[in-house]
Ligand binder design. Structure first.
Ligand code: DNO
Length: 388
Protein backbone atom coordinates (compact mmCIF):
# COMPACT_ATOMS: atom_id res chain seq x y z
CA UNK A 1 0.00 0.00 0.00
CA UNK A 2 1.36 3.36 -0.96
CA UNK A 3 0.30 5.86 1.71
CA UNK A 4 -1.71 8.64 0.12
CA UNK A 5 -3.10 11.86 1.56
CA UNK A 6 -5.43 14.41 0.07
CA UNK A 7 -4.00 17.90 0.14
CA UNK A 8 -5.97 21.01 -0.79
CA UNK A 9 -2.94 23.08 -1.75
CA UNK A 10 -2.41 26.61 -0.51
CA UNK A 11 -5.88 26.74 1.04
CA UNK A 12 -5.28 23.66 3.18
CA UNK A 13 -4.75 24.30 6.88
CA UNK A 14 -2.46 21.25 6.91
CA UNK A 15 1.09 21.74 5.71
CA UNK A 16 3.10 19.44 3.46
CA UNK A 17 5.55 19.02 6.31
CA UNK A 18 2.79 17.63 8.53
CA UNK A 19 1.69 15.34 5.72
CA UNK A 20 5.20 14.03 5.23
CA UNK A 21 5.49 13.38 8.95
CA UNK A 22 2.34 11.28 8.79
CA UNK A 23 4.38 8.79 6.75
CA UNK A 24 2.84 9.78 3.44
CA UNK A 25 4.61 9.10 0.16
CA UNK A 26 1.90 9.97 -2.35
CA UNK A 27 0.04 13.24 -2.32
CA UNK A 28 -3.42 13.43 -3.84
CA UNK A 29 -4.10 16.93 -5.13
CA UNK A 30 -5.60 19.02 -7.91
CA UNK A 31 -5.42 22.47 -9.45
CA UNK A 32 -8.24 23.73 -7.30
CA UNK A 33 -8.24 27.15 -8.92
CA UNK A 34 -9.26 25.72 -12.28
CA UNK A 35 -12.94 25.52 -13.16
CA UNK A 36 -14.51 22.37 -14.62
CA UNK A 37 -14.01 22.34 -18.38
CA UNK A 38 -10.74 24.31 -18.38
CA UNK A 39 -7.46 22.91 -19.67
CA UNK A 40 -4.89 22.58 -16.88
CA UNK A 41 -1.69 24.24 -18.05
CA UNK A 42 1.52 22.20 -17.82
CA UNK A 43 3.35 25.00 -15.96
CA UNK A 44 0.75 25.06 -13.19
CA UNK A 45 0.80 21.30 -12.83
CA UNK A 46 4.59 21.36 -12.72
CA UNK A 47 4.66 24.09 -10.08
CA UNK A 48 2.40 22.14 -7.74
CA UNK A 49 4.26 18.88 -8.40
CA UNK A 50 7.54 20.64 -7.58
CA UNK A 51 6.16 21.93 -4.29
CA UNK A 52 5.18 18.39 -3.32
CA UNK A 53 8.52 17.01 -4.46
CA UNK A 54 10.44 19.63 -2.48
CA UNK A 55 8.53 18.42 0.57
CA UNK A 56 9.82 14.89 -0.04
CA UNK A 57 6.73 13.32 -1.61
CA UNK A 58 5.20 12.71 -5.03
CA UNK A 59 1.99 14.11 -6.46
CA UNK A 60 0.84 10.91 -8.09
CA UNK A 61 -2.96 11.02 -8.05
CA UNK A 62 -5.27 13.81 -9.13
CA UNK A 63 -8.49 14.18 -7.21
CA UNK A 64 -10.35 15.41 -9.14
CA UNK A 65 -10.37 16.56 -12.70
CA UNK A 66 -14.07 17.44 -12.49
CA UNK A 67 -16.27 16.46 -15.39
CA UNK A 68 -18.18 19.54 -16.57
CA UNK A 69 -21.93 19.29 -15.97
CA UNK A 70 -22.49 19.87 -19.69
CA UNK A 71 -20.64 16.62 -20.48
CA UNK A 72 -22.98 14.75 -18.15
CA UNK A 73 -25.98 16.37 -19.84
CA UNK A 74 -24.68 16.57 -23.43
CA UNK A 75 -25.57 20.22 -23.34
CA UNK A 76 -23.98 23.45 -24.52
CA UNK A 77 -20.27 23.23 -25.29
CA UNK A 78 -19.85 19.71 -24.02
CA UNK A 79 -17.74 18.56 -26.97
CA UNK A 80 -15.23 21.33 -26.32
CA UNK A 81 -15.09 20.31 -22.66
CA UNK A 82 -14.32 16.72 -23.67
CA UNK A 83 -11.46 17.94 -25.87
CA UNK A 84 -10.22 20.10 -23.01
CA UNK A 85 -10.40 17.12 -20.69
CA UNK A 86 -8.21 15.13 -23.06
CA UNK A 87 -5.69 17.94 -23.17
CA UNK A 88 -5.61 18.11 -19.38
CA UNK A 89 -4.91 14.37 -19.29
CA UNK A 90 -2.06 14.79 -21.77
CA UNK A 91 -0.64 17.64 -19.71
CA UNK A 92 -0.84 15.62 -16.52
CA UNK A 93 0.84 12.67 -18.19
CA UNK A 94 3.62 14.98 -19.43
CA UNK A 95 4.28 15.69 -15.73
CA UNK A 96 4.14 11.97 -14.95
CA UNK A 97 0.85 12.13 -13.05
CA UNK A 98 -1.12 9.19 -14.31
CA UNK A 99 -4.01 8.43 -11.99
CA UNK A 100 -7.12 10.58 -12.17
CA UNK A 101 -10.04 10.35 -9.75
CA UNK A 102 -13.32 11.90 -10.84
CA UNK A 103 -17.01 11.25 -10.42
CA UNK A 104 -20.12 11.26 -12.55
CA UNK A 105 -22.65 12.37 -9.93
CA UNK A 106 -24.91 15.07 -11.33
CA UNK A 107 -25.00 18.48 -9.61
CA UNK A 108 -23.79 17.51 -6.14
CA UNK A 109 -20.60 15.69 -5.35
CA UNK A 110 -20.99 13.79 -2.07
CA UNK A 111 -23.87 14.53 0.28
CA UNK A 112 -24.14 14.58 4.07
CA UNK A 113 -26.84 15.97 6.34
CA UNK A 114 -24.65 16.51 9.40
CA UNK A 115 -21.03 17.59 9.28
CA UNK A 116 -20.51 17.28 13.04
CA UNK A 117 -22.20 14.20 14.42
CA UNK A 118 -20.82 13.81 17.93
CA UNK A 119 -19.47 10.43 19.04
CA UNK A 120 -19.47 9.32 22.70
CA UNK A 121 -15.85 10.44 23.15
CA UNK A 122 -16.68 14.00 22.04
CA UNK A 123 -15.01 13.83 18.63
CA UNK A 124 -17.25 14.40 15.65
CA UNK A 125 -17.73 12.84 12.25
CA UNK A 126 -19.84 13.20 9.11
CA UNK A 127 -23.28 11.65 9.00
CA UNK A 128 -25.88 10.91 6.33
CA UNK A 129 -29.50 10.61 7.39
CA UNK A 130 -31.94 9.88 4.59
CA UNK A 131 -34.93 11.12 6.59
CA UNK A 132 -33.21 14.47 7.14
CA UNK A 133 -32.39 14.67 3.43
CA UNK A 134 -36.01 13.85 2.56
CA UNK A 135 -37.24 16.47 5.03
CA UNK A 136 -34.96 19.07 3.46
CA UNK A 137 -36.12 18.11 -0.03
CA UNK A 138 -39.83 18.11 0.80
CA UNK A 139 -40.19 20.97 3.27
CA UNK A 140 -37.25 23.33 2.86
CA UNK A 141 -36.32 23.07 -0.81
CA UNK A 142 -39.89 22.13 -1.78
CA UNK A 143 -38.69 20.52 -5.00
CA UNK A 144 -41.60 20.04 -7.40
CA UNK A 145 -42.78 16.41 -7.40
CA UNK A 146 -40.27 15.45 -4.72
CA UNK A 147 -42.94 13.41 -2.92
CA UNK A 148 -42.92 10.74 -5.59
CA UNK A 149 -39.26 9.97 -4.90
CA UNK A 150 -39.95 8.79 -1.32
CA UNK A 151 -42.09 6.00 0.03
CA UNK A 152 -44.92 6.80 2.37
CA UNK A 153 -43.05 5.84 5.50
CA UNK A 154 -40.08 8.09 4.66
CA UNK A 155 -42.44 10.97 3.85
CA UNK A 156 -44.23 10.57 7.18
CA UNK A 157 -41.04 10.32 9.16
CA UNK A 158 -39.62 13.34 7.34
CA UNK A 159 -42.72 15.38 8.14
CA UNK A 160 -42.67 14.48 11.83
CA UNK A 161 -38.96 15.23 12.00
CA UNK A 162 -39.15 18.60 10.23
CA UNK A 163 -42.04 19.79 12.40
CA UNK A 164 -40.18 19.16 15.60
CA UNK A 165 -36.76 20.42 14.49
CA UNK A 166 -35.67 23.79 15.93
CA UNK A 167 -34.63 26.39 13.32
CA UNK A 168 -30.94 25.88 14.11
CA UNK A 169 -31.18 22.18 13.26
CA UNK A 170 -33.05 22.91 10.05
CA UNK A 171 -30.28 25.32 9.08
CA UNK A 172 -27.67 22.71 9.95
CA UNK A 173 -29.25 20.29 7.47
CA UNK A 174 -29.68 22.94 4.76
CA UNK A 175 -26.10 24.08 5.06
CA UNK A 176 -24.68 20.56 5.21
CA UNK A 177 -26.32 19.70 1.91
CA UNK A 178 -25.83 22.93 -0.01
CA UNK A 179 -22.62 24.38 1.39
CA UNK A 180 -19.35 23.41 2.75
CA UNK A 181 -18.40 20.01 1.40
CA UNK A 182 -15.17 19.99 -0.56
CA UNK A 183 -15.76 18.61 -4.02
CA UNK A 184 -18.91 20.53 -4.82
CA UNK A 185 -17.73 23.22 -7.19
CA UNK A 186 -19.77 26.14 -5.88
CA UNK A 187 -21.86 26.71 -2.81
CA UNK A 188 -25.47 26.62 -3.93
CA UNK A 189 -28.49 28.73 -3.08
CA UNK A 190 -31.76 26.78 -2.95
CA UNK A 191 -32.92 28.56 -6.13
CA UNK A 192 -29.72 27.69 -8.00
CA UNK A 193 -29.89 24.11 -6.75
CA UNK A 194 -33.49 23.76 -8.00
CA UNK A 195 -32.47 25.19 -11.35
CA UNK A 196 -29.61 22.72 -11.69
CA UNK A 197 -31.84 19.82 -10.67
CA UNK A 198 -34.41 20.86 -13.23
CA UNK A 199 -31.78 20.71 -15.97
CA UNK A 200 -31.76 16.93 -15.44
CA UNK A 201 -35.54 16.69 -15.86
CA UNK A 202 -35.23 14.71 -19.08
CA UNK A 203 -32.06 12.81 -18.24
CA UNK A 204 -32.85 9.40 -16.87
CA UNK A 205 -30.49 6.73 -15.64
CA UNK A 206 -29.97 5.12 -19.05
CA UNK A 207 -29.13 8.44 -20.67
CA UNK A 208 -26.65 9.33 -17.96
CA UNK A 209 -25.05 5.90 -18.31
CA UNK A 210 -24.73 6.37 -22.06
CA UNK A 211 -23.09 9.75 -21.45
CA UNK A 212 -20.61 8.25 -19.00
CA UNK A 213 -19.62 5.35 -21.25
CA UNK A 214 -19.49 7.64 -24.30
CA UNK A 215 -17.20 10.05 -22.46
CA UNK A 216 -14.88 7.27 -21.31
CA UNK A 217 -14.66 5.63 -24.71
CA UNK A 218 -14.02 8.99 -26.32
CA UNK A 219 -11.03 9.67 -24.05
CA UNK A 220 -9.74 6.07 -24.11
CA UNK A 221 -7.28 6.60 -27.00
CA UNK A 222 -5.65 9.35 -24.92
CA UNK A 223 -5.55 7.07 -21.88
CA UNK A 224 -3.88 4.34 -23.87
CA UNK A 225 -1.41 6.67 -25.53
CA UNK A 226 -0.38 8.34 -22.26
CA UNK A 227 -0.90 5.54 -19.73
CA UNK A 228 -3.31 7.62 -17.65
CA UNK A 229 -5.77 5.63 -15.57
CA UNK A 230 -9.23 6.98 -14.87
CA UNK A 231 -10.54 6.03 -11.43
CA UNK A 232 -14.22 6.80 -11.10
CA UNK A 233 -15.41 7.60 -7.59
CA UNK A 234 -18.60 5.76 -6.62
CA UNK A 235 -21.78 7.65 -5.84
CA UNK A 236 -21.81 8.89 -2.27
CA UNK A 237 -24.26 7.91 -0.89
CA UNK A 238 -24.95 5.07 -3.31
CA UNK A 239 -28.62 5.83 -3.87
CA UNK A 240 -30.61 8.24 -6.05
CA UNK A 241 -30.93 11.70 -4.52
CA UNK A 242 -33.19 14.65 -5.30
CA UNK A 243 -34.63 12.83 -8.30
CA UNK A 244 -31.20 12.68 -9.96
CA UNK A 245 -30.03 9.52 -11.69
CA UNK A 246 -27.13 7.51 -10.25
CA UNK A 247 -24.92 5.28 -12.36
CA UNK A 248 -22.09 4.06 -10.16
CA UNK A 249 -23.49 2.78 -6.90
CA UNK A 250 -22.89 -0.97 -6.82
CA UNK A 251 -21.21 -4.01 -8.39
CA UNK A 252 -23.79 -4.17 -11.19
CA UNK A 253 -22.98 -0.59 -12.22
CA UNK A 254 -19.24 -1.23 -12.12
CA UNK A 255 -19.66 -4.45 -14.09
CA UNK A 256 -21.60 -2.62 -16.72
CA UNK A 257 -19.04 0.16 -16.99
CA UNK A 258 -16.26 -2.42 -17.38
CA UNK A 259 -18.22 -4.20 -20.09
CA UNK A 260 -19.06 -1.02 -22.01
CA UNK A 261 -15.58 0.41 -21.57
CA UNK A 262 -13.18 -2.50 -22.11
CA UNK A 263 -9.91 -0.61 -21.65
CA UNK A 264 -8.39 -1.45 -18.27
CA UNK A 265 -7.25 2.17 -18.09
CA UNK A 266 -10.88 2.83 -17.26
CA UNK A 267 -11.23 1.80 -13.64
CA UNK A 268 -12.28 2.61 -10.17
CA UNK A 269 -11.51 4.48 -6.99
CA UNK A 270 -12.37 1.80 -4.46
CA UNK A 271 -14.05 4.07 -1.93
CA UNK A 272 -15.15 1.82 0.91
CA UNK A 273 -17.14 4.49 2.69
CA UNK A 274 -19.17 5.42 -0.38
CA UNK A 275 -19.94 1.84 -1.38
CA UNK A 276 -20.48 0.98 2.28
CA UNK A 277 -23.32 3.51 2.43
CA UNK A 278 -25.48 0.68 1.12
CA UNK A 279 -25.89 -2.44 3.23
CA UNK A 280 -26.27 -4.39 -0.03
CA UNK A 281 -22.73 -3.65 -1.17
CA UNK A 282 -19.92 -6.04 -0.29
CA UNK A 283 -16.77 -3.96 -0.61
CA UNK A 284 -14.41 -6.94 -0.36
CA UNK A 285 -16.26 -8.84 -3.11
CA UNK A 286 -16.19 -5.69 -5.26
CA UNK A 287 -12.44 -5.37 -4.78
CA UNK A 288 -11.97 -9.06 -5.64
CA UNK A 289 -14.11 -8.92 -8.77
CA UNK A 290 -12.65 -5.73 -10.19
CA UNK A 291 -9.12 -5.88 -8.76
CA UNK A 292 -7.26 -5.16 -12.03
CA UNK A 293 -9.42 -2.07 -12.47
CA UNK A 294 -8.82 -0.67 -8.98
CA UNK A 295 -6.50 2.25 -9.62
CA UNK A 296 -6.82 4.10 -6.32
CA UNK A 297 -8.26 3.50 -2.86
CA UNK A 298 -10.18 5.57 -0.34
CA UNK A 299 -10.33 3.52 2.82
CA UNK A 300 -12.54 4.38 5.79
CA UNK A 301 -15.23 2.74 7.82
CA UNK A 302 -18.79 3.57 8.64
CA UNK A 303 -21.54 2.56 11.01
CA UNK A 304 -25.17 2.16 10.06
CA UNK A 305 -27.28 3.15 13.04
CA UNK A 306 -30.80 3.01 11.55
CA UNK A 307 -32.26 2.35 8.09
CA UNK A 308 -30.79 5.01 5.77
CA UNK A 309 -28.64 6.52 8.53
CA UNK A 310 -24.90 6.07 8.76
CA UNK A 311 -21.95 7.96 10.11
CA UNK A 312 -18.22 7.56 9.88
CA UNK A 313 -16.89 5.22 12.41
CA UNK A 314 -14.61 5.81 15.40
CA UNK A 315 -11.91 3.79 13.65
CA UNK A 316 -10.90 3.09 10.07
CA UNK A 317 -10.68 -0.58 10.99
CA UNK A 318 -14.02 -1.14 12.69
CA UNK A 319 -17.52 -0.87 11.30
CA UNK A 320 -19.51 -2.04 8.33
CA UNK A 321 -16.49 -2.50 6.07
CA UNK A 322 -14.44 -5.66 6.58
CA UNK A 323 -11.13 -3.83 6.51
CA UNK A 324 -9.06 -6.94 7.12
CA UNK A 325 -10.66 -8.71 4.14
CA UNK A 326 -10.22 -5.62 2.04
CA UNK A 327 -6.56 -5.08 2.82
CA UNK A 328 -5.92 -8.76 2.10
CA UNK A 329 -7.39 -8.23 -1.39
CA UNK A 330 -5.28 -5.12 -1.79
CA UNK A 331 -2.09 -6.96 -0.90
CA UNK A 332 -2.98 -9.82 -3.22
CA UNK A 333 -3.53 -7.45 -6.14
CA UNK A 334 -0.34 -5.56 -5.37
CA UNK A 335 1.62 -8.82 -5.46
CA UNK A 336 0.04 -9.68 -8.79
CA UNK A 337 0.98 -6.29 -10.26
CA UNK A 338 4.36 -6.13 -8.63
CA UNK A 339 3.63 -2.58 -7.49
CA UNK A 340 1.79 -0.70 -4.80
CA UNK A 341 -1.61 0.96 -5.11
CA UNK A 342 -2.10 4.43 -3.64
CA UNK A 343 -4.63 4.38 -0.82
CA UNK A 344 -5.55 7.41 1.20
CA UNK A 345 -7.28 7.42 4.57
CA UNK A 346 -10.59 8.88 3.57
CA UNK A 347 -12.07 11.30 6.08
CA UNK A 348 -11.26 11.15 9.73
CA UNK A 349 -12.73 12.18 13.01
CA UNK A 350 -12.53 15.82 14.08
CA UNK A 351 -10.41 15.56 17.19
CA UNK A 352 -9.39 17.95 19.95
CA UNK A 353 -5.95 18.60 18.40
CA UNK A 354 -7.58 20.18 15.33
CA UNK A 355 -10.05 22.44 17.17
CA UNK A 356 -7.85 25.48 16.73
CA UNK A 357 -7.81 25.36 12.95
CA UNK A 358 -10.38 24.98 10.24
CA UNK A 359 -9.87 22.03 7.96
CA UNK A 360 -12.19 20.91 5.19
CA UNK A 361 -15.03 18.78 6.55
CA UNK A 362 -13.82 15.23 6.98
CA UNK A 363 -10.25 16.23 6.18
CA UNK A 364 -8.75 17.06 9.56
CA UNK A 365 -5.20 16.14 10.41
CA UNK A 366 -5.54 14.09 13.59
CA UNK A 367 -8.40 11.89 12.47
CA UNK A 368 -6.74 10.97 9.21
CA UNK A 369 -3.38 10.53 10.91
CA UNK A 370 -4.95 7.92 13.18
CA UNK A 371 -6.76 6.34 10.21
CA UNK A 372 -3.59 6.06 8.16
CA UNK A 373 -1.66 4.65 11.12
CA UNK A 374 -4.36 2.03 11.64
CA UNK A 375 -4.29 1.02 7.99
CA UNK A 376 -0.51 0.85 7.94
CA UNK A 377 -0.51 -1.25 11.10
CA UNK A 378 -2.96 -3.65 9.50
CA UNK A 379 -0.85 -3.89 6.34
CA UNK A 380 2.25 -4.48 8.43
CA UNK A 381 0.54 -7.19 10.45
CA UNK A 382 -0.84 -8.96 7.41
CA UNK A 383 2.45 -8.75 5.54
CA UNK A 384 4.13 -10.36 8.51
CA UNK A 385 1.75 -13.26 8.64
CA UNK A 386 -0.61 -12.10 11.39
CA UNK A 387 -3.88 -14.01 11.16
CA UNK A 388 -6.96 -11.76 10.68
C1 DNO B 1 -15.18 13.15 -0.62
C2 DNO B 1 -14.48 12.79 -1.82
C3 DNO B 1 -15.20 13.18 -3.08
C4 DNO B 1 -14.33 12.83 -4.28
C5 DNO B 1 -14.98 13.14 -5.60
C6 DNO B 1 -14.14 12.62 -6.73
O1 DNO B 1 -14.62 13.12 0.43
O2 DNO B 1 -14.18 11.45 -1.79
O3 DNO B 1 -15.46 14.55 -3.06
O4 DNO B 1 -13.17 13.59 -4.23
O5 DNO B 1 -16.24 12.60 -5.68
O6 DNO B 1 -14.50 13.28 -7.90
Amino acid sequence: MKSGWRWYGAKDAISLREIRQAGVTDVVAALYGRRPGEVWPVEEIQALARQVKDAGMTWSVVESVPVHEDIKKHAGDWRTYVENYKQTLRNLAACDIKTVCYNFMPVLDWTRSNLAYVLPDGSDVLCYNHVEVAAFDLFSLKRPNAARDYDEETRDRAKTLWEKLPPSERTRIEKSILLGLPGTVDDLTPAEFLKQLDAYRDIGEETLRAHLYGFLNEITPVLEETGVKMAIHPDDPPRPLFGLPRVLSNATDIRRMCRECPSTNVGLTLCTGSLGGSLDNDEVAIFREFAPRVHFGHFRNIRHIAPGVFHESESHLRGKVDMIGLVKELLKEERRRGEGIVVRPDHGRHLEIDRARTCYSGYDYGGRLVGLAELRGLVFGLEHGMQG
